[in-house]
Design a binder for this molecule. Structure first.
Ligand code: FE2
Length: 354
């Protein structure tokens, strides 16, 4: 006979299964915008359309980047777990809120902290996506940020090459980005991109493949990200086709954009530098259905994060962060500092029409 606890667990599992997890899945099978391949833009868009990724320099000032670094450190300290940015002895999970992959923060209302919204609404950041999609009517994802502390002894790390577009979706459907706040050289933790891989996405998946058998697969709580994990053999397939794994090097204030079909992962930091990054994605509002906009409104009002996808594949991430198998005692459902609700914020959130 099942114990009370087992029965409760089974009930919770059944309820979880029945819950609708993703809204507006929308498996479009073509480019959502037809870009003329012969057009010359005379700016970063030429490189982006050629390779599927590009670094854009000096999008915000070094002073502004420092502001975001400080806000991120301040955020870690607000949990009162003894974290001290000046004492690497405290750079362990016990002293930090729960993160994914040693530094990606999505829980605790983090995706709606005031500084996260401030980064999303930096005019020069919005301008990038306006230029890319050639519209001013954009909506954004409610993505997290990354604070990776180097030399952590309590972390086991291995690369997990993946792309954030489901193979059933074809064409350019989403473009991801991150705003970088700290110096990011070859030894520092940061983004590794398989340059050119987005162009081979359809060809690669035309050969029926099973999900890569990865020893470090993402835990169930982030499978909403709709990741496809690549194996070592897959990495070689892309390299044999002329693609190149590139560790993106950036200065504070730089922005990197990549087509969501691009294979990528984060390199573990080997130097002394803390990595500070805000993930930001925007797509045209016209890509979104009413269902997607409603789901976004629900996430916005409840301080839930989403996937990297602004207009579809909306998956409210309302899971409570787990610490040693239990809900983290520092769990909170709201940001410490709520965003200032401006028209820009409401429009990007999809709540207000243009
Ligand atoms: Fe990713």
């Amino acid at each position: 006979m099942a114990t009370a606890t087992q029965t409760e667990t089974a009930k919770a599992a059944a309820a979880q299964k029945e819950r609708k997890l993703t809204f507006a899945p929308q498996f479009e099978a073509k480019d959502l915008v037809e870009f003329d391949p012969n057009r010359v833009y005379g700016d970063w868009r030429d490189e982006f359309h050629r390779t599927g990724c590009v670094v854009i320099k000096n999008v915000i000032s070094p002073e502004r980047a420092r502001y975001y670094r400080e806000k991120q450190i301040e955020w870690l300290k607000k949990f009162d777990l003894g974290f001290d940015e000046k004492n690497p002895e405290t750079w362990t999970a016990d002293h930090l809120p729960v993160s994914f992959k040693g530094g990606m923060y999505y829980g605790y209302g983090a995706t709606h902290e005031r500084f996260a919204w401030e980064a999303r609404t930096e005019p020069a950041v919005i301008d990038i996506f306006e230029k890319l999609w050639e519209t001013k009517e954009l909506i954004c994802s409610f993505d997290g940020f990354n604070i990776s502390l180097p030399n952590r002894k309590d972390l086991k790390w291995s690369p997990w090459p993946h792309c954030d577009q489901n193979p059933e979706r074809k064409g350019m459907q989403a473009v991801q980005g991150l705003l970088n706040f700290a110096p990011n050289g070859p030894k520092d933790g940061g983004l590794v991109l398989m340059k050119g891989s987005s162009k081979l996405f359809d060809e690669f998946f035309a050969h029926k493949r099973e999900q890569a058998d990865h020893e470090d697969a993402p835990p169930p709580e982030i499978q909403f990200m709709d990741l496809f994990l690549f194996s070592d053999k897959d990495v070689k397939w892309f390299e044999d086709k002329g693609c190149e794994l590139v560790k993106v090097e950036m200065d504070p204030g730089d922005f990197v954009l990549w087509d969501s079909r691009t294979m990528h992962y984060a390199k573990f930091p080997e130097g002394e530098q803390i990595r500070h990054v805000q993930y930001i994605c925007m797509t045209p509002r016209r890509f979104a259905t009413e269902e997607a906009l409603e789901a976004k409104k629900y996430c916005f009002e409840n301080f839930y994060g989403t996937t990297h996808w602004p207009h579809c594949n909306i998956r409210p991430s309302d899971e409570k962060p787990l610490r040693n198998g239990e809900v983290c005692p520092k769990y909170r459902s709201e940001p410490f500092e709520k965003p200032e609700i401006t028209d820009t914020v409401l429009r990007l959130a999809g709540v207000k029409e243009y």
